[in-house]
Design a protein around this ligand. Structure first.
Ligand SMILES: Nc1nc2c(ncn2[C@@H]2O[C@H](COP(=O)(O)OP(=O)(O)OP(=O)(O)O)[C@@H](O)[C@H]2O)c(=O)[nH]1
Ligand SMILES: [Mg+2]
Length: 287
């Protein structure tokens, strides 16, 4: 509680300083953690810890222990945000694209990648993660199959983030050669984020991707996208189904699902912190 109050005071100071830029910031409401700290407690939980925000809708016999596997403090989340904001010490930039592994940039810094069906919201999620770096251009589209190449974004010397083409409908022809080879060969890959649409849940193609990740022995995490769009009942059904699947049928999957809305920034701050953590940029005590 004390920690929350301290963080809110910090946030209050920031708001005073930033009042003059309220117009452009209004379209990025809740993008920055100091804005989130202005929210009342219930709303704050929903935005920062969307999984925990759903607990109140669940029957008391539902085991939600895994909902808090990754349970950073608000100060950790705030510290992680600094990595996603360009500073005097680091820049955040699009770096390069590749359609084949031998075109992928040789980078030794830790890397994370985002995979999932076409149109699931991979590029939008990356755009939301980088919303505090407005010069970084990440292209999103309503048309499935928009991202055709592996796009590498560099966050200083800290880590690289890779936006992948989608699988399934309108996937690029060379998808398998490109993405399978990447997943199998990339030495500095620290975590793969497998995105699932909260409106449709697991699809056949997702199970194929999961089989592949399990076979390669790659550590991965489920992210549930577009939670602003899903009716609560459907959202809860898909959350429980995925959590249950992760627990019972996977080896390499992190036990906690990350629900996100790239439009409302729910879950984005926690995901930034998780990325900072898995890339070794935010050592933490309790995970
Ligand atoms: N409401 C809502 N719409 C979203 C969200 N994330 C993505 N979208 C929309 O979903 C569509 C597809 O988003 P993209 O981010 O381009 O999807 P993608 O997975 O990168 O797609 P491909 O590059 O084709 O594989 C766009 O119209 C986005 O605006 C979200 O969190 N909420
Ligand atoms: Mg895309």
């Amino acid at each position: 509680m004390l920690q929350l109050q301290r963080m809110r005071r910090l946030a209050g100071a920031n708001c005073l300083l930033r009042r003059h830029s309220a117009t452009w910031r209004s379209s990025t409401k809740n993008a920055s953690f100091s804005e989130v700290l202005q929210l009342e407690d219930k709303k704050l939980t929903g935005v920062v810890f969307p999984l925990q925000g759903l607990e109140k809708y669940l029957a008391s016999n539902v085991n939600t222990a895994s909902f808090r596997t990754f349970n950073p403090g608000l100060d950790d989340i705030h510290r992680a945000e600094a990595l996603f904001k360009p500073s005097g010490r680091h820049t955040i930039d699009y770096f390069s694209s590749a359609v084949r592994m031998d075109h992928a940039p040789q980078l030794s810094q830790p890397e994370v990648c985002f995979v999932g069906r076409s149109n699931v919201g991979k590029s939008s999620l990356i755009k939301a993660l980088f919303s505090l770096a407005p010069d970084v251009e990440v292209r999103v589209s309503k048309t499935p199959g928009h991202t055709k190449k592996m796009n590498f974004f560099k966050v200083g010397k800290y880590f690289t983030l890779v936006d992948m083409p989608g699988y399934g409908y309108r996937a690029p022809q060379d998808f398998a050669d490109m993405v399978e080879a990447y997943l199998q060969e990339r030495q500095n890959l620290k975590r793969t984020f497998l995105l699932v649409d909260s409106l449709v849940g697991f699809q056949k193609a997702d199970h194929i991707a999961i089989e592949m990740l399990e076979e390669f022995g790659i550590p991965y995490v489920f992210v549930l996208t577009k939670i602003d769009k899903a009716p609560k009942g459907l959202l809860i059904k898909n959350v429980l189904e995925i959590q249950d699947f992760a627990e019972k049928h996977t080896q390499g999957c992190f036990p906690q699902l990350f629900p996100v809305s790239s439009i409302e920034y729910s879950g984005i701050h926690l995901l930034r912190c998780f990325i900072a953590h898995v890339t070794g940029n935010l050592p933490m005590m309790n995970s």
